[in-house]
Design a protein around this ligand. Sequence first.
Ligand code: 5RP
Length: 258
Amino acid sequence: MDWGMKNRMSRLLKPETGKGVWLAIDHGYFLGPISKLEEPGKAIRPLVGFTDALMLTRGVLRNCIGANLDIPIILRVSGGNSIVGPALSDEGIQTSMEEAIRLNASAVALSIYIGTEHEHKTLMALGELVNQGQRYGIPVLAVTAVGKELAKRDARYLGLCCRIASELGAQAVKTYYCEDFEKVAKACPVPLVIAGGPKLKTELDVLKLAYNAIKEGAKGVDMGRNIWQSDNAVGMIKAIRKIVHENASVKEAGKLLK
Ligand code: 5RP
């Protein structure tokens, strides 16, 4: 890895722990104004102090986030689909690498839809983004998206997706936690972070998810709804930090929810 690429990665995964707590607020790019993210700037204000990186689109970055923000940006550069459209997997690159550089992004992110009719298109987009990222020293985060098919999230499928993403050159991969997650992590030679997915029943369920993922090989979380849709969003992110950066147990971390 060249110096610029290494430097950007070290801002995303803290050198002290090799891990990261990233906050994802990019959901609006296909879901529109979902609950508690109607005003993204307001939603993240109390959380940025506890966040190692912010994942979002250029529209929200330019319009809702102050340019004095002092945490790395993971810029969502894929899109072109919507929750009411014909196929969520029909996604392409809609923000250029030039824009990412102009916006001082520390990484760019795109979704890949393996096993769908648009598999080839999204994997070719990943390859092209990696080529451009290599040229400018910008890491690429590949997101193993499942669209509405949440039941797809098992180790066999996610293991396949994560491995393919890393083989095609992604510097980091974002996936879901699943049973046998250690098999997914072991077979993916680049840092793996987990999404939270739709809001879980309890706060402790979220902490358990984060704890198990870290124990089984994840390098961090890139979570959204289970943090900012919580009535205790600050408590949640603090507790997740404790697990990711301090290897705290669920019980120890849970004390920060009070
Ligand atoms: C959408 C994304 C989201 O950033 C991701 O799903 C993380 O958010 P959540 O924890 O709410 O699932 O990449 O494709």
